[in-house]
Design a binder for this molecule. Structure first.
Ligand code: NAD
Ligand code: DAU
Length: 341
């Protein structure tokens, strides 16, 4: 199999590339723009697979370059991870999600259609279903109800990808996963941000009352789910990939504090995220039934592994938190603390 992966220098894409190189004899071409979230350090070790791995520095918005790459490589499949992936950034400036997540997906679908690519796995998110009251858990038939510019851009790109299957018979398969965590995640998302701040004795900013619920999925389980869909998923179908582990944010933060041996006083309540979805919940029954996939890493094991990784990768954390990260942090969190009482 010859795979074209987009966004393979990011958190989940790099875990997927590492997994495919280690567990198969497939060739992987990784197209990535190396935005603030893309990092070639996440792929150290890929050079150990000469002839099977090629990195291409490029933008999925560059129609001509994407088309030329797909023609040159003739991939059997495209696995499309590349995205602007952070909700808070999409609230601070919505334009990049519209460009990369929506138009970028269009550019790839067009190239795949023109060059007759045999499978297009579009990596999407449970956020497209919006907030769900308990005890609901979204199946693939649930209506799309996105709340943020990020989730709206993902919902729009899901619909576009599906239209390429219906209209042009492009063999598209869509995955929708819940919240991922694990090594190499950029410390802007809840778990790595809380770990990195706790390890440096900084405040842990909790949005609103902290009782929003997310379903946590260890990144390697997500990657195994994507591989199952790539190999066994039916074209034109959507597959949810969830961790079956729902937790309120505050409990996640408390577990990080406990595991790092830091005091509860580091928690700082801050003004809530605008349009904040209260609860996500996902049923992965379809994926389990059709492919035999199920999550293997329980939250306790996954969190311990993740904290150990951040502890032993202090230099990685310092490098990604320098420069532009600090201005993002000030813009997102500055003046947001809620004074108690
Ligand atoms: P990430 O932000 O860590 O990585 C995104 C990668 O895409 C980076 O390497 C970046 O350089 C690259 N990229 C961004 N814009 C690009 C462009 N225009 N051209 C080429 N490359 C570009 O993201 P992630 O958390 O690894 O998420 C990967 C995918 O999985 C996204 O599509 C996201 O919507 C989806 N997803 C994420 C989660 C999660 O919890 N993180 C859950 C479900 C689905
Ligand atoms: O559900 C899948 C989605 O999960 C993915 O599609 C997105 O790419 C990914 O970013 C993630 O979105 P969330 O908005 O759920 O993740 P985030 O880590 O930003 O926030 C998780 C929860 O924690 C959410 O309720 C907001 C809260 N939070 C987050 C941050 C960064 C805080 O309370 N404080 C924070 O500083």
């Amino acid at each position: 199999m010859n795979l074209l992966v987009t966004g393979g220098a990011g958190f989940i894409g790099s875990a997927f590339v590492r997994m495919i190189l280690a567990e198969t004899d497939w060739r992987v071409v990784n197209l990535d723009k190396l935005t603030y979230a893309g990092n070639l350090e996440n792929l150290t070790g890929a050079e150990a697979f000469p002839g099977r791995y090629r990195f291409v520095h490029g933008d999925i918005l560059d129609d001509a370059a994407v088309d030329a790459l797909v023609e040159e490589e003739g991939p059997d499949a495209i696995v499309h991870f590349a995205a602007e992936s952070h909700v808070d950034r999409s609230i601070l400036s919505p334009e990049p999600v519209i460009q990369t997540n929506f138009r970028g997906t269009f550019v790839l679908l067009e190239a795949a259609r023109r060059r007759g690519v045999g499978r297009f796995v579009h990596v999407s998110t449970d956020e497209v279903y919006g907030s769900l009251a308990p005890p609901l858990a979204a199946t693939e038939e649930f209506a799309l109800n996105p709340s943020s510019p990020y989730s709206a851009s993902k919902a729009a790109s899901d619909l576009l990808a599906r239209s390429y299957f219906v209209t042009f018979k492009l063999p598209v398969v869509i995955t929708r996963a819940s919240n991922n965590y694990g090594p190499y995640q950029f410390p802007e998302k809840l778990i790595p941000l809380m770990i990195a701040n706790a390890l440096e004795d900084r405040k842990l900013p909790v949005y609103g009352d902290g009782l929003q619920v997310r379903d946590w999925l260890y990144v390697d389980d997500h990657c195994r789910g994507i591989r199952a869909v790539l190999e066994k998923g039916r074209v034109g179908e959507i597959y949810n990939i969830g961790g079956n582990r729902s937790l309120p944010n505050l409990e996640v933060v408390e577990r990080v504090l406990e595991a790092t041996g830091k005091p509860r006083s580091l928690i700082e309540y801050v003004k809530d995220r605008p349009g904040h979805d209260r609860r996500y919940a996902l049923s992965s029954e379809k994926l389990e039934r059709e492919t035999g996939w199920s999550p293997r890493v329980d939250f306790e094991t996954g969190l311990k592994r993740t904290i150990d990784w951040y502890r032993s990768h202090g230099e990685w954390v310092s490098r990604v938190r320098s420069g532009a990260y600090r201005s993002y942090y000030d813009r997102n969190y500055g003046g947001r603390a809620v004074v108690p009482g």
